[in-house]
Design a protein around this ligand. Structure first.
Ligand code: ADP
Ligand code: MG
Ligand code: MG
Length: 286
């Protein structure tokens, strides 16, 4: 069976820059899965990234990473079939709740860090860690949602690609060493430490429902100007904690160790896992 005959489309789940993600049912088994469609005429332009997405994502198997199933071509699209995360993405989850308490944020953060640690051990850096790319298995009373990292569209594998500052992730999430430029050739950086930075942005956003490097006084409506201001603040490591909600000193200590501009002085993934805030409630979950 050709890929698109194997599945019955149900509804749209989300969309990103080049992709539309659809909920579908595998006709043979009745199993629900997610199909990410990328237009082939776009794929021509972004070939390198799509190839990396497919190769890197398919090389990963972990309880906190959306399981890659297969990839196929239709007339117009390249499609990736993957595990369906019924709880939707964490951007919606955190926005609906208006922020999470520390215990719940830790529950999610731990799982994200375990997923990232595994990726890094496999040589893959995600480079696009954010709430929109962190999915949840399902939302049901009495069930603590399980994190499923997705979207390896910006990922690289150290065995075949060099991280280069010419390829930058999402403003607001992206580490300062990526914003320094380095001329038309760009320059290399340690993409693992850049993932650490973005995980800190995620933790901050889960807790406060605002981005650490947004300027609360910046009223500019022009997204270009806003981005320039965010970049300046990221490069200086300029962030501040909202007055509410209050978070513990341990939690701030961890964030302060993540948002260190010089990547060589930034806490590592092992450092995060040894931090007192991370280890609280252990081994209650995970
Ligand atoms: P893009 O690379 O264009 O950002 P993503 O892979 O991040 O595309 O998918 C876009 C959105 O679609 C996600 O933010 C999420 O809301 C939804 N989505 C993606 N994959 C799944 C999945 N496996 N299960 C449920 N929803 C998904
Ligand atoms: Mg995405
Ligand atoms: Mg993507």
């Amino acid at each position: 069976l050709a890929g698109d005959e194997k599945y019955e489309m149900i509804k749209q789940l989300g969309r990103g820059a080049f992709g539309t993600v659809v909920l579908a049912k595998e006709k043979d088994t009745g199993q629900l899965i997610a199909l990410k469609f990328m237009e082939r005429r776009h794929v021509a332009v972004t070939k390198k990234y799509v190839r990396r997405e497919v190769i890197n994502h398919s090389s990963l198997t972990h309880p906190h990473i959306v399981k890659f199933r297969e990839c196929f071509l239709t007339d117009k699209y390249l499609a990736i079939a993957m595990e369906y995360a019924a709880g939707g993405d964490m951007f919606k989850y955190v926005s609906n709740k208006g922020g999470l308490d520390e215990k719940e944020a830790r529950w999610f953060f731990k799982q994200l860090i375990l997923a990232l640690d595994y990726c890094h051990k496999m040589g893959v850096s995600n480079r696009d860690i954010k709430l929109e790319n962190t999915l949840l298995d399902r939302l049901a009373p009495g069930h603590k949602p399980v994190v499923k990292l997705c979207d390896f569209g910006l990922s690289i594998n150290e065995s075949n690609s060099q991280a280069n500052t010419m390829e930058v992730g999402t403003p607001g999430y992206c580490a300062p060493e990526l914003l320094e430029g380095g001329g038309s050739q760009g320059r290399g950086y340690d993409s693992k430490l850049a993932d650490v930075w973005s995980s800190g942005v995620m933790l901050f956003t889960m807790l406060f429902c605002t981005y650490p490097f947004d300027d609360p006084k910046d009223n500019s409506k022009d997204p270009k100007i806003v981005n320039v201001n965010i970049r300046k603040r990221v490069m200086k490591g300029q962030y501040s904690y909202p007055r509410s909600p209050k978070v513990t000193a341990e939690c701030r200590d961890l964030l302060d160790k993540i948002f260190v501009v010089n990547p060589k002085e930034r806490i590592t993934l092992s450092g995060i896992q040894a931090h007192p805030w991370f280890k609280k409630d252990f081994p209650e979950n995970l």
